[in-house]
Design a protein around this ligand. Structure first.
Ligand SMILES: N[C@@H](CCC(=O)N[C@@H](CS)C(=O)NCC(=O)O)C(=O)O
Length: 205
């Protein structure tokens, strides 16, 4: 049985849960992190010395880093579906996963942090504005990518999962944003899948 440690309000945990749901895996999710704590017990530290979630255990194999977990589960249990059979399609999906964690997520983080996690009186509006200004061109890039494809790597794949979690967060922020019709349509298509619907209705907190 697969065990997933992490609270569902974390985008990084959301990725792993969507992946497990898409693959139809039997799993147990244990709330950890945030208000649940539990990241600095000796057992948790042995699983992940970074004191972060998500972490999984699959048999005797323990793994942390959300995108690495999505890749592992996809390759182990979704060869030919979440893990595309064509090496170029797999690399394409992989590339968009890296882009999510190295480029898109850092760009929108300040907008998320200051509008959701920081008390209104302490909000740094300049940081929100800078973050939105950095994120909009990236979403335009994703929008162009999705102009002639169902999903980022063609057919639905692991590449869509991290991006969808970040896009869900973006569209849940109380900010003014531009319309990106292809991104919005892609996110709606993903939300229509049971695995995404189970997670991407979770409020942004
Ligand atoms: N690069 C890591 C980042 C993990 C991370 O930052 N996790 C956050 C939640 S999104 C965390 O554990 N925060 C501490 C907490 O929730 O208590 C990954 O993608 O898994």
């Amino acid at each position: 049985m697969l065990t997933i440690w992490g609270r569902l309000s974390s985008v990084n945990v959301q990725k792993v849960v969507i992946c497990a749901e898409e693959l139809g895996l039997a799993y147990e999710r244990v709330d950890a992190g945030g208000k649940f704590g539990g990241l600095d017990t000796p057992e948790a530290l042995a699983r992940n010395p970074n004191k972060l979630i998500p972490v999984i255990r699959d048999g005797d194999f323990v793994l942390w880093e959300s995108n690495a977990i999505v890749r592992y589960l996809s390759r182990a249990y979704g060869a030919g579906s979440l893990w595309p059979a064509d090496p170029r399609a797999a690399a394409d999906a992989d590339r968009w996963m890296d882009w999510q964690c190295t480029t898109l997520n850092p760009a929108l983080f300040d907008a998320f942090w200051n509008t959701i996690r920081v008390a209104p009186a302490e909000r740094n509006q300049a940081a929100v504005d800078a973050s939105v200004a950095k994120t909009e061109p990236l979403l335009a890039m994703l929008d162009a990518r999705l102009a002639d494809r169902e999903c980022v790597a063609g057919a639905h794949s692991m590449g869509d999962i991290p991006l969808a979690c970040t896009a869900h967060r973006w569209y849940g922020l109380p900010i003014e944003r531009r319309r990106h019709a292809n991104v919005e349509a892609w996110l709606a298509r993903l939300r229509a899948r049971a695995a995404y619907a189970a997670v991407l209705t979770y409020p942004i907190t």
